[in-house]
Design a protein around this ligand. Structure first.
Ligand code: NAP
Length: 460
């Protein structure tokens, strides 16, 4: 068994870790103590004589060496800032984030010999560094435990309880199999879900899902389950088809689902029901990624990153975004972040005007495309999807040298992309967006950074 405790210094990782290891009769390993042992000097001495960067190198080596360890590992407070450390800590492990508010931490660490991490006064340092690390902690943890007002033995008891039976009662998990969102699951996926819910091994196995209506076309379950296997994570990914976003989120909270990929038509509708929404997602007006920790739902948008990455070498170009829905908003936001001149064109021009007004760019009707003479055209409508032979724009508007990015990814080569390559345009498939946004989303679900190559490999 491998159990990892993460969190800010003073959260109780060492004291709880020792108690937990004793209660479970497994070794306790403190990465800070291990660094000191291997370096032959104290952490204050390493910081003073060799600097923080050297400490981080030693810490990385210790954590890599512990990848297959059995025991309770209390990780140094800053260890999760390195996604490589997170991959090693998470392998075959259950990761618990111990939380405490800044005042509690300040009270607990006053008088300790730990070296400062900034030039700030101690109290300000705790608040600043905690805020800087907040999302990394959230992404890297399986379970979040509030330690304020709890004794170390109380926290130890909570962790043991979760290790024994997860966070949701067995009867409730069995009942959940009848949830209407699972009704149309393919047979093989239904069987895998039955195991993950009713008979998970280990008991801490967490569920993730793509949520929307419809979701039968989604390639996310196959992709994520392969990635979870690759990194040896105790997660299972399924699909939830439900027209009611509130019902899905209620279910997600009751069942303590870890991560949700949000798709049509729920990207905007889920937003008012979340505890926190990232600034990017608020500006775009859509959430496509939700992560849950300690009963709180946090919303993000990775779609815009999936559009920005393939276009990153076209900074400053003139672009026409076709459509005015959620994907168009993410596309316009991505292009504006690259300093592009953005025109949003839609069959309902009022909607384009409204979106452009909100984001601060130009708008028009589909007929205005030729007059704009864009260097890049992005299709953000569903036209051309799955057997639809139509094109969102006229073939005569495709000029040689233009770059055409179709966000539709089923099929990978849409009628628009086919016509564009025939006219000498550069083309980018919607699969590129899917791959890039999935890599980013995996980082939010797990704290582990992956590149697009790994996503492509597991999509095949
Ligand atoms: P949405 O919010 O429903 O918006 C669709 C937009 O397309 C609307 O502006 C709509 O115009 C326009 N539209 C619909 N049918 C049209 C037609 N026949 N002719 C012209 N315009 C039409 O959908 P969304 O969330 O933005 O998604 C749009 C597409 O992006 C999806 O179908 C999907 O293929 C793609 N997408 C891809 C990825 C990826 O990872 N590659 C991710 C997300 C989305 P009105 O305003 O006039 O109704």
């Amino acid at each position: 068994m491998k159990v990892v405790l993460i969190g800010y210094r003073g959260a109780g990782k060492t004291v709880v870790g020792k108690m937990l290891a004793e209660a479970l009769s497994i070794p306790h390993i403190d990465t800070d103590a291990e660094v000191e042992r291997q370096a032959g000097k104290s952490i204050p001495a390493i910081f003073r004589e060799d600097g923080e960067a050297h400490f981080r190198t030693l810490e990385r080596k210790v954590i890599a060496w512990l990848v297959d360890a059995e025991g309770v590992i209390s990780a140094g407070g800053g260890a999760v800032m390195d996604p490589g450390n997170v991959a090693h800590l998470r392998a075959n492990a259950d990761v618990f984030l111990l939380l405490a508010d800044p005042d509690t931490v300040i009270r607990r660490i006053t008088g300790s010999d730990r070296p400062p991490l900034t030039m700030l006064p101690p109290e300000e340092e705790v608040k600043t560094v905690m805020e800087r690390r907040r999302l990394r902690y959230l992404f890297s943890a399986d379970f979040c435990i509030q330690t304020q007002g709890e004794t170390p033995s109380g926290v130890c008891r909570m962790v043991r309880q979760i290790l024994l039976g997860g966070t949701v009662r067995k009867e409730r998990r069995e009942e959940a199999l009848h949830y209407q969102g699972f009704r149309d699951l393919p047979e093989e996926e239904k069987r895998a879900l039955e195991i993950a819910l009713a008979n998970p091994a280990p008991a801490t196995t967490r569920l993730c899902a793509v949520i929307g209506h419809p979701v039968s076309h989604s390639r996310s379950p196959t992709l994520y389950n392969r990635l979870f296997g690759h990194f040896r994570l105790h997660y299972h990914y399924t699909r939830i088809d439900d027209v009611d976003p509130e019902r899905i989120l209620r279910f997600a909270q009751e069942m303590d689902l870890r991560g949700l990929s949000v798709t049509i038509p729920h990207k905007a509708a889920v937003m008012p029901h979340l505890h926190e929404v990232s600034r990017d997602a608020q500006e775009i007006g859509a959430v496509n990624t939700i992560v849950q920790c300690g009963g709180k739902l946090h919303g993000f948008n990775t779609d815009w990153i999936g559009i920005r990455e393939p276009l990153s070498s076209w900074r400053g170009s003139r672009v026409a975004v076709i459509g005015a829905g959620g994907a168009a908003s993410a596309a316009a936001y991505a292009c504006l972040s690259l300093g592009m001149e953005v025109h949003i064109l839609n069959r309902t021009p009022e909607k384009a005007r409204e979106l452009a007004g909100r984001l601060g760019c130009e708008s028009g009707s589909l007929e205005s495309l030729a007059g704009i003479a864009p260097e890049i055209v992005i299709n953000a409508t569903p036209v051309g999807m799955q057997g639809d032979r139509n094109m969102p724009i006229d073939t005569k508007d495709l000029r040689e040298g233009m770059t055409v990015f179709d966000l539709v990814y089923t099929p990978p080569e849409t009628p628009l992309l086919k016509a564009a390559s025939g006219r000498g345009c550069r083309t980018i498939s919607g699969l590129e967006m899917f791959v890039q946004q999935a890599a980013e989303q995996f980082g939010i679900f797990t704290g582990i950074r992956i590149g697009p190559e790994l996503v492509r490999r597991y999509l095949e």
